[in-house]
Design a protein around this ligand. Structure first.
Ligand SMILES: CC(C)(COP(=O)(O)OP(=O)(O)OC[C@H]1O[C@@H](n2cnc3c(N)ncnc32)[C@H](O)[C@@H]1OP(=O)(O)O)[C@@H](O)C(=O)NCCC(=O)NCCS
Length: 163
């Protein structure tokens, strides 16, 4: 468990793993985070939270509410894949997504993973700026990648491994 104390950004809380007993709270937060039809099914989260190839973290506020979550999978190719990052609207722009991504990347490196990929909607400027700031590079635009017809970008980052 990692304590978080961002005095400059008015956030106090902690980061800890997401586990199956968090499923209901995770799903409730997901419904508030993804408003444009890209919500994950509750059963998809159940699958993810019981899969040993998944790294799942949450940040809880000082009031013991789930403020943010991040989930990544290790694919059979050996590459990491960000499945979902979500921050409650009232806790945005406080560095929580950046913290989650750093922790996921650190956990992947600890498992010997050297690269990570993700997909992001072409119209999701906030997420694109977040990923670019953390060193992710756009490799491809994917026409009509999402079920509602939105285009997506594929992004990758090489992770620094321990020698
Ligand atoms: C995208 C999202 C995860 C960002 O979470 P966050 O905790 O607010 O992001 P952070 O505070 O860690 O921001 C880190 C950097 O990302 C960029 N960023 C984040 N939100 C931004 C926004 N709304 N506009 C522009 N840049 C933004 C900035 O560069 C920011 O650094 P700065 O605050 O020092 O300028 C959050 O807005 C969210 O949950 N959106 C809905 C779900 C989603 O789109 N998830 C990602 C796709 S799966």
């Amino acid at each position: 468990m990692q304590a978080i104390n961002h005095y400059s950004k008015a956030f106090k809380g902690l980061m800890r793993p997401l586990i199956l007993s968090d499923l209901n709270e995770l799903w409730q937060l997901d419904l508030r985070v993804f408003l444009d039809g890209e919500v994950y099914e509750r059963e998809t989260f159940r699958f993810l939270l019981t899969n040993p190839k998944v790294i799942a973290r949450q940040i809880r506020s000082e009031y013991d509410e789930m403020a943010a979550f991040g989930i990544a999978q290790i694919e059979d190719t050996g590459q990491g894949h960000i499945t979902a990052i979500g921050v409650a609207p009232e806790y945005r722009r406080r560095g929580l997504a950046r913290l989650l991504l750093h922790e996921i990347e650190r956990s992947l490196v600890a498992r010997g993973i050297s690269s990570i990929k993700l997909e992001v909607r072409a119209n999701n400027d906030a997420a694109q700026q977040l990923y670019e700031q953390l060193g992710y590079i756009t490799t491809q635009r994917m026409g009509k990648y999402y079920s509602n017809g939105d285009d997506g970008y594929s992004m990758v980052k090489l992770l620094e491994t321990f020698d």
